[in-house]
Design a protein around this ligand. Sequence first.
Ligand code: A2P
Length: 338
Amino acid sequence: MKKLNVAVVGATGLVGSTMLKVLEEREFPVAQIYAFATARSAGKTVMFHGAPCVVEELTETSFVDHDIDVALLSAGGGTSKVYAPLAAEAGVTVIDNSSQWRQVDGIPLVVPEVNPEVIKGYRGIIANPNCSTIQCMPILKTLRDRYGLKRIVYSTYQAAAGAGMKGLHDLEEGTTTTFDYPLPLNVLPRIDEFMEDGSTKEEWKMVQETRKILGLPDLAVTATCVRVPVDFGHGVAINAELQDDFDLETVRADLEAQDGVIVKDDPKNHVYPIPQDCKFNDMIYVGRIRRDASQPNTLNLWCVADNIRKGAATNSVQIAEKWLEYADESWFADREEA
Ligand code: A2P
């Protein structure tokens, strides 16, 4: 197995530090690890496989000065806007966790259980989707494949960790460094910026990214995104109108067979997914699977996943794994020549 030189940008942040952990846990074949953050963090150390790794300041020449094969970026949209193209120009495969590149034509937006084929033979920037969108994709894929999708209504219950270290701090302390109002004992129906039409950017992301990942550009999708006083683990209620009628047995069986998904659905015994099920693991839990009697061919369900892991770090590492699986010999030959 070829070993790669891997960079994590934003290595001192919540997602970046989890990326390091997930690379370790999944035994991604790393020859050399590089950790980048701002000048404030330069000289600090992060641990990787039990050894200290000194954090470096990210600069415009970082990807030229170092021999890096793959870079995982999670340092905000502004950083990705500037540095992802610089890295790609230097021949680095970039997996970007920000929203900066997701809607750009030609940039793959990937959930490995759903649309891995879009990165076959691809070089350059690959976008990691929005956290709440990721956890819905393997579920909607199973429904799309068997019944077809007509309209999706999302209602999210999103954890504080989605707003980074500051979000967790605000949840613990009741401060408002990142939220408009105190989050403890509260729910806040705004995630990301408001847009002209009164929806939020997070809601817009869920709509657009769902269409792109599922390859259904005209799918009717709407979302309401809400922050709740939970540390880790987003919940999403999905109302899915399907093209064809369905039976619940088959839906359950398809979801049970879907890679990355665990069905936890036994209402009689009060068994259903809660954020604590998914905290610090990589699975998407689904339950409350039932028919919506208000209109034909419509299904209600509920899912949870750890937004920092499957919703961000783990999905990024899984993309890197898929990319490596697909990377042909010519890529390695070109890298050696460069
Ligand atoms: P730093 O810790 O030096 O500020 P979180 O989302 O948990 O707040 O983490 C954000 C991460 O992104 C941190 O590691 C932060 O580094 C990093 N970061 C933010 N802006 C930049 C930048 N311009 N260049 C490199 N890293 C950045």
